[in-house]
Design a protein around this ligand. Structure first.
Ligand code: AHR
Length: 502
């Protein structure tokens, strides 16, 4: 058996974990809303038309914040279309996803859903086809108590108390040519700055996320962040990062190494934020909002076929990636990467939540089930709260197409408020189990209370409505603690959650 070592020290902290690290995302796209969270004819639908079976699954994930209503969708969206009597709401062509948006679910309905899900809303405004004036109006509508045009409009629409939305995205991926109203970094930075000022003048308690690059693979990545921040640094609170990974060639070791890129991406954006802070002699620190992350590639061809046949229909089954076991391992590793950087990444959104590149799938009129990626997210969200620890991992390494020195063992650890410790660990080795030795002396007496394991012999194994537990957690082999050293067996190709308590 191969061996790896980890040193944990209770005083060696990355920082407090912001619970918003376990956020997710629901866009008016495909069957995320219509046929996902909302299906009034479904046997489990509540009085508002929301599926209770889906809500139960969302609750299991424990999602404290949900980004809404897009995504690319927001760059052509008029928020006014989504409020007021449903029968008066217009049907609009959505140029982001070539569907028709009926606006049956809008801000008021989604706020009710979010309340039931015990989530806050992270609301994305349109800075593509619209500008600062409209940004000001939606903050007034959502958050101003009363006595002004838009707050009174909200009250007339049946909502006396303000929605109190605290976190707002200043548009979405404004560097992308696929975006309605694409901008240069300077153009966007100027518009974002003016929108930010006006939004905060209406409600000074809000926090704002400015668009970073839509991916670290954009040619303008780096210069976009610097130039954009140079325009709006003092008035924004976070820069967004988006990243999706793919494995089109079936190269599992290379795919599982992609978190090396994610870590580098985060560290580069942190460096740029701090460089702008230095240049401006500022006391303000801008943190990171990794508000779109996941695996995304399985559904691309299917989507092109759908658009060939079915453009402009409502709720087209778009971006319905069926996730396999290796995707769950990468998602686990992505969660580990977010935790390792929890001092600067304060918000993160698994993109997305239901049906659209999602951990939860539904069939219209039928059941709902957990995809493979559901489990690492649920485990991290449940146990990865409190404080993130700096974890020194000494592991053998491998080389693959894009990287050298990829550790077979990718791991991190957290301490909860009750003193319990959780170690999250992915073994990237295709063949060999590891004996993992953890030095936990600084914690005093700890014993293993659980070892949760996610493993399947077939990296391409998936879950389906008729076989929902094909890839599901089981009990891991566990281990023993002696003289402050924990020894635990980590099976080849696996996601592990090791729980330790006094
Ligand atoms: O999450 C799907 C899409 O990916 C989002 O709409 C967009 O922001 C990104 O390109």
């Amino acid at each position: 058996m191969k061996k790896a070592k980890i040193i944990l020290d209770k005083d060696f902290e990355v920082g407090k974990i912001d619970e918003r690290l376990y956020g997710s995302f629901i866009e008016h796209l495909g069957r995320a809303v219509y046929g996902g969270i909302y299906e009034p004819d479904h046997e489990t639908a509540d009085e508002l038309g929301f599926r209770k079976d889906v809500m139960d699954m969302v609750s299991k994930l424990g999602v404290p914040i949900v980004r809404y209503p897009g995504g690319n969708f927001v760059s052509g969206f008029n928020w006014e279309d989504s409020v007021g009597p449903v029968e008066n709401r217009p049907h609009r062509l959505d140029l982001a996803w070539f569907t028709t948006e009926t606006n049956e679910v809008g801000l008021h309905e989604f706020a009710e859903w979010a309340k039931k899900a015990d989530s806050e809303i992270m609301y994305a405004i349109n800075l593509g086809s619209r500008g600062p004036e409209n940004a000001r109006d939606i903050v007034e509508y959502a958050n101003h108590p009363s006595g002004s045009k838009f707050s009174e409009m909200r009250i007339a629409n049946g909502r006396k108390e303000p929605f109190g939305i605290k976190l707002w995205c200043l548009g979405n991926e404004m560097d992308g040519p696929w975006q309605m109203g694409q901008k240069t970094a300077k153009e966007y930075g100027r518009v974002a700055n003016e929108a930010a000022k006006m939004m905060k003048w209406v409600d000074p308690s809000i926090e704002l996320v400015a668009c970073g690059s839509s991916s670290s693979e954009m040619d303008t990545f780096g210069s976009w962040e610097y130039e954009m921040l140079d325009e709006c640094y003092e008035n924004i609170d976070y820069v967004s990062l988006h990243r999706y990974y793919a494995n089109p060639t079936g190269d599992t070791p290379g795919f599982l190494a992609r978190t090396m890129d994610m870590d580098e991406f985060i560290k580069t954006v942190v460096a740029i934020c701090d460089a702008v802070k230095g240049k401006k002699h500022s006391k303000h620190t801008v943190n990171l909002s990794f508000d779109e992350w996941n695996v995304w590639y399985h559904s691309r061809e299917q989507d092109n076929e759908i658009w060939k046949q079915d453009k402009w229909n409502r709720a087209l089954p778009l971006l319905e990636d069926i996730y396999n076991f290796e995707d769950a391992l990468l998602v686990g590793s992505m969660l580990i990467t977010l935790l390792k950087n929890a001092d600067r990444v304060k918000v993160a959104c698994l993109a997305q939540l239901v049906n659209v590149i999602a951990p939860i799938m539904t069939r219209n009129g039928g059941g709902c089930w957990a995809q493979t990626i559901f489990y690492p997210f649920m485990h991290a969200s449940k146990y990865g709260r409190g404080t993130a620890l700096k974890t020194l991992v000494d592991s053998p390494v491998y080389s693959c197409t894009d990287y050298d020195n990829v550790p077979y063992i990718d791991a991190t650890a957290t301490v909860a408020e009750d003193g319990s410790v959780t170690v999250f660990c992915v073994n990237r080795d295709m063949e060999e189990d590891f004996e993992l030795e953890l030095d936990i002396r600084s914690f005093g007496e700890l014993k293993i209370t659980d070892h949760i394991l996610l493993h399947h012999d077939d990296v391409k194994a998936v879950n389906a409505e008729e076989n929902p537990d094909n890839v599901a957690p089981t009990k891991g082999p566990g281990g023993s603690v002696e003289n402050g050293k924990l020894t635990v067996k980590i099976p080849a190709l696996s996601w592990n959650v090791i729980r330790l308590e006094k």
